[in-house]
Design a protein around this ligand. Structure first.
Ligand SMILES: Cc1ncc(COP(=O)(O)O)c(C=O)c1O
Length: 343
């Protein structure tokens, strides 16, 4: 099977498995664990922040960020298509007790003027803005990269209004590779940031939330409240350390594979996707013209040995990663072409 459903399917490397065997087994929830502390310090250094806290998932890192930044009842402003708004089961309201306002965007970047209109203080008529939120790379925008100038504008605006900024950087290292800059240059435009080692970086589990030391202290308490303390998390942290130390530069290969895939689809039919839109490791293919739904395409491709997830009624989302080679890409394109030919 050629598995293009997600980069979370990446398996740990041999070096990760070895480091997991040699990891410490301290109780992170009680006295702390040496390996977890090492991962958190490494992650914070990469992100250019004072401290970090290891989390079981990106979703929890985002939820904890909301809890640690905001009291109950404020508004979170985030782009309409953001993962947190669309795929984290309403944790904003249901678990963090916050409201949200979606801001229209282009390729994941909020319209800054619309954001300016939306940021407001607490008055007797309006709920105040508790948090401004960005996502880089942007999942629903097909792995689009937020330009640094856009991030600086959003951060500047939020600062002017004294509102904190969180960056959902589940695929932050993909953004850094695409921009050709250090991760810290991106996260400099936020007060807190989280990123996943469990996606294209191949570790089995985990995300790290980073920010000021005071923010991370609050985040640790919030993590415990939502059940995120992991006890003997050393082996998971060990894999995360190998991910950060050795697996980030190779993401460029995944971006090349995604480009090759998009070019293949474009050759089949230009309506499927525009390779120019592919900046990182995600490719969205619009199958509307075929008259079939994405779910049907997913089932038909599975029968041909290609796994892919529908992202919308008429959109398939392909994700490239370490286990996808150039011949795999070509085989996936051929399978797709055959189905398209026989429509
Ligand atoms: C942008 C973004 N944020 C958060 C998450 C959630 O991460 P997790 O699956 O580890 O909860 C994802 C997962 O795909 C994502 O793409």
């Amino acid at each position: 099977m050629i598995d293009l459903r997600s980069d979370t399917v990446t398996r740990p490397t041999e070096a990760m498995l070895e480091s997991m065997r040699e990891a410490t087994f301290g109780d992170d929830s009680r006295d702390g664990d040496e390996t977890v502390r090492k991962l958190e310090a490494l992650a914070a250094a990469r992100a250019g922040k004072e401290a970090g806290a290891f989390m079981p998932s990106g979703t929890m890192a985002n939820l904890v960020a909301m809890l640690a930044h905001a009291g109950r009842g404020g508004e979170v402003l985030l782009e309409d298509g953001s993962h947190t708004l669309n795929a984290e089961l309403g944790g904003i309201a249901g678990a963090a007790g916050l409201f949200h306002r979606g801001i229209p965007g282009r390729r994941g970047a909020m319209d800054v003027e619309a954001l300016r209109e939306a940021v407001r203080p607490l008055t007797r008529h309006h709920m105040g803005t508790a948090l401004v939120w960005m996502e880089n790379t942007h999942n629903r925008a097909g792995g689009a990269v937020l330009p640094l100038a856009h991030m600086a504008a959003v951060h500047g605006l939020a600062r002017e209004k004294d509102v904190p900024v969180h960056l959902d950087g589940a695929r932050l290292f993909n953004a850094a590779v695409a921009l050709g800059c250090a991760v810290a240059e991106i996260s400099a435009h936020s007060d807190s940031v989280c990123f996943c080692v469990s996606k294209g970086l191949s570790a089995p589990v985990g995300s790290i939330l980073c920010g000021t030391a005071a923010f991370i202290e609050r985040a640790r308490a919030c993590r415990r409240m939502v059940g995120g303390n992991m006890r003997q998390a050393g082996p998971l942290a060990a894999a995360g350390i190998v991910a950060l130390e050795t697996m980030t530069a190779r993401l460029a290969e995944d971006h090349q594979s995604a480009k090759r895939l998009a070019e293949g689809f474009h050759r089949i039919d230009a309506s499927l996707c525009d390779p120019k839109d592919v900046e990182t490791n995600l490719v969205r293919a619009d199958v509307r013209k075929s008259g079939r739904r994405a779910a049907q395409w997913s089932a038909d491709l599975k029968a041909k040995g290609v796994l892919v997830a529908p992202a919308d009624i008429h959109v398939l989302r392909f994700v490239t990663h370490r286990h996808i080679s150039a011949p795999d890409v070509d085989a996936a394109v051929s399978a797709f072409a055959e189905l398209w030919k026989n429509l």
